[in-house]
Design a protein around this ligand. Structure first.
Ligand SMILES: *Cc1c(COP(=O)(O)O)cnc(C)c1O
Length: 225
């Protein structure tokens, strides 16, 4: 039976091929293995391959799972890819190395305050709602410029890029292209886009980070997110 480690190695191979096809250096795209809803044992299997970059969608789940994993692998890099409540900003700053879901000024301010207090400065990406889907979070493209300015000038966050989640069942390409052009417009280098079903396409469209869950860890034990 294949486990997460073997599947991760296969996905990493597909990612290298996608980079090659796109004429991009293979180390130009980070593979975030999304372990949400999967137990620590599955993560350990992936860690055993030497992979160090992981994503979780919930602060509480990461707090329950990752302190012990980090003890075994202090060089693991943990990404928050799910939406973040302002009252969990401090906890998120405490445990994550990269936060992909900044989408409103109040959250940016909460993150800035937590960074000030702790001295920890996880890289921040703004999630853009390229699909105009209210429930998924993300800032509307029309409101992005103001939020970028707020993050940079008022909150002084380490803002490095943009993230999007195209609506399921839609062609993701227009969403990836919109995200890329918005990032270029604002001088942001990191593009977090592409999941299990479309990471090759995302690489062709300029992704610098892909977030791959089910192709590595299998179907999630719990439905949703
Ligand atoms: C769950 C999740 C992923 C991974 O999705 P898969 O289709 O399982 O690869 C990527 N990004 C976000 C924001 C997620 O919530």
């Amino acid at each position: 039976m294949t486990g997460p480690g073997e599947r991760l190695t296969a996905v990493a191979g597909r990612l290298r091929e996608a980079c090659e096809r796109a004429g991009r250096p293979a180390d130009g795209v980070a593979l975030i293995a999304v372990s949400k809803f999967h137990p620590a044992e599955a993560v350990l299997d992936a860690l055993a391959t030497g992979h160090r970059c992981f994503g979780e969608s919930r602060v509480q789940e990461a707090q329950a799972k990752w302190p012990a994993l980090r003890e075994r692998c202090p060089d693991a890099e943990l990404h928050l890819i799910g939406s973040l409540q302002t009252n969990k900003a401090a906890a998120a700053v405490g445990i994550f190395d990269v936060i992909h879901s900044v989408d409103r000024p109040r959250l940016a301010a909460g993150l800035a305050a937590a960074m000030e207090r702790t001295g920890r400065r996880p890289r921040c990406l703004i999630q853009v709602d390229t699909g105009a889907e209210e429930q998924k979070g993300g800032v509307a493209p029309a409101a992005l410029a103001a939020l970028v300015k707020e993050c940079r000038d008022v909150c002084e966050l380490p803002l490095t890029g943009l993230m999007c989640i195209p609506p399921a069942g839609e062609d993701p390409v227009p969403h990836f292209r919109l995200l890329r052009s918005l990032a270029a417009e604002h001088g942001l280098a990191e593009l977090s886009m592409g999941m299990s079903a479309d990471f090759g396409t995302a690489v062709a469209e300029g992704a610098t980070m892909v977030r791959v869950g089910s192709a590595v860890f299998g179907p999630r034990p719990r439905p949703g997110a």
